[in-house]
Write a protein that binds this ligand. Structure first.
Ligand SMILES: Cc1cc2nc3c(=O)[nH]c(=O)nc-3n(C[C@H](O)[C@H](O)[C@H](O)COP(=O)(O)OP(=O)(O)OC[C@H]3O[C@@H](n4cnc5c(N)ncnc54)[C@H](O)[C@@H]3O)c2cc1C
Length: 473
């Protein structure tokens, strides 16, 4: 990067918060994503305030430098890998937390991780009941940018459902606030859908392509202290899927529910079963692992009775093994890490949402791709909202074996297209998913037009937005 630009940026953030050193840049050339090539940026800045972020973006705009916003760097699908010769804006120094007890909300800076906020709210008997499996390093802002799903989504939905408003720096450096806080006289975040169209939504799942989120206001809830953990067995997939739906229909507060095929459960427990203390068991064809959480014990008891009854009406049986859902829930801030990394594998992942009763379509798509390409994989997932189920198929490869890696990349692309045909959706912009799919053309044209309006020099995460078929728009 040109020396004069570095000096200009350095005047904004201070000398110690800018670097062009190769070893530092190397750390920012990658993320938790595997099977994505690393790309070296030219510089990294670490602003400490929203105003500094704004001034940095003005400089980037003046010189038309591509910018990649970065928070925890824990995303898994290459989202935070920068452009060559670009500027990384790392936001971890924005770490304020402001609690609005009477408004049932909290505002966090872009650098606040799930783990840090949970520790803070626990002391107030509160929580934001949503946790990605990367909670100890992932930030709320980064998760909003990918509209993540996680533990707690079974009742509370994706992170989007918990967001009350955002402070965002637009690509030209303008600072805006959405939600009730757009009125500077408001006592704080108490309503997202204020002042007309939901501008908050423009930034959720946008992968930082419309602006840099500097603050996130979130709903808080009284912390649940009463839990029931159980496993339920079914011989038919239709009944297991219907069970997921019926738990919701009966307003049973299942904050975690995951459906496993017997063979996949064996595979999963081979990795974590001993540590979780799950007893050896001849698992049925389909097992649903459920954690029910409630604020009051009477509510919990009623839910437990109802869950048993729904299961039996569908021809299932209560297995009674608690260790699996209990450990999944209690280990919620790092659960995926334990299972997926345990053997040191590399993999490509394909987060997506299906409806609960189409769970089998994702599983069948994965099995067919594995068979046809001769690659290893598995999928797990969990209820992620009102009528959605999040799955995260993973295709494994040996990083030393380039041929296998290429095969997995091709299988991954093919799997995206097959999942799209089943009606599944990603939870973020996901270029790899919809690029070149003509059925989405008018939607993508509109999206790209909005991007041009907000970011005329295309500096923010350029290239991350899916393009209409043929790349023209
Ligand atoms: C072990 C493991 C388990 C995981 N489990 C889950 C899970 O259960 N659920 C889930 O949803 N995800 C999961 N993930 C993926 C990832 O951790 C989350 O999506 C996480 O929330 C990303 O946040 P981050 O702060 O790390 O963002 P980053 O990786 O830093 O960035 C993610 C994207 O957001 C953009 N971005 C970052 N900060 C900002 C900002 N302030 N403003 C605008 N754009 C920004 C980046 O440019 C990038 O496109 C997991 C990852 C790992 C490694």
């Amino acid at each position: 990067m040109d020396k004069t630009i570095v000096e200009e940026l350095s005047k904004i953030v201070g000398e110690e918060y800018i670097s062009t050193r190769r070893d530092v840049l190397l750390a920012y050339s990658t993320s938790a994503s595997m099977s994505y090539d690393t790309v070296m940026p030219s510089a990294v800045v670490r602003p400490g305030t929203t105003e500094e972020v704004s001034r940095v973006l003005k400089v980037a705009n003046k010189y038309k430098i591509p910018v990649t916003p970065r928070s925890g760097g824990s995303s898994l699908q290459g989202e935070v890998i920068p452009e060559a010769d670009s500027l990384v804006v790392e936001l971890l120094r924005l770490d304020d937390i402001v609690l609005y007890k009477d408004l049932r909300s909290v505002t966090v800076g872009a650098g606040v991780t799930f783990g840090a906020l949970d520790k803070y709210l626990n002391e107030h008997d509160l929580w934001v009941p949503f946790y990605p499996g990367s909670s100890l390093v992932a930030t709320y802002a980064g998760n909003v940018a990918v509209n993540g799903a996680g533990f707690g989504s079974g009742v509370f939905g994706c992170i989007a459902e918990l967001v009350m408003g955002l402070e965002v720096v637009l690509p030209d450096g303008t600072i805006i606030q959405t939600g009730s806080e757009a009125n500077p006289n408001s006592p704080g975040p108490f309503l997202r859908y204020a002042f007309g169209p939901d501008l908050t939504g423009l930034f959720i799942g946008s992968l930082g392509s419309f602006g840099i989120i500097t603050k996130v206001s979130l709903k808080t809830h009284k912390r649940m202290r009463f839990f029931d953990y159980n496993t339920y067995g079914f011989d038919e997939v239709e009944n297991a899927e219907r069970f997921l739906l019926e738990l919701k229909e009966n307003e049973i507060n299942a904050i975690w529910m995951a459906l496993y095929e017997g063979s996949i459960l064996d595979f999963f427990l081979d990795m974590v079963g001993e540590e979780y203390g799950v007893p050896e068991y001849d698992w049925p064809k389909f097992t649903v692992s459920v954690a029910i959480g409630r604020v009051r014990i009477d509510q919990l008891k009623s839910d437990m009775r109802a869950a048993k009854s729904v299961c039996e009406q569908l021809g299932g049986h209560v297995i009674g093994i608690k260790e699996l859902p209990k450990n999944e829930w209690e280990d919620r801030m790092r659960e995926l890490a334990r299972s997926s990394y345990v053997h040191g594998w590399h993999w490509r992942i394909l987060y997506h949402h299906q409806t609960p009763i189409n769970w089998h379509k994702s599983v069948e798509s994965l099995w067919s791709v594995m068979d046809e390409y001769g690659v290893l994989g598995h999928t797990a997932g969990f209820q992620s909202g009102h009528a959605s189920y999040n799955l995260y198929p993973q295709l494994y490869f040996d990083p030393q074996d380039k041929e296998e890696e290429m095969k997995v990349k091709e299988a991954h692309r093919d799997l995206c297209h097959r999942l799209f045909k089943t009606g599944a959706v990603p939870f973020k912009l996901a270029r790899y998913w919809v690029d070149g799919i003509s059925e989405m053309d008018s939607y993508l044209q509109f999206l790209n037009e909005m991007k041009r309006n907000v970011d005329s020099n295309e500096i923010l995460n350029p290239g991350i937005l899916p393009k209409p078929k043929g790349g023209e728009n």
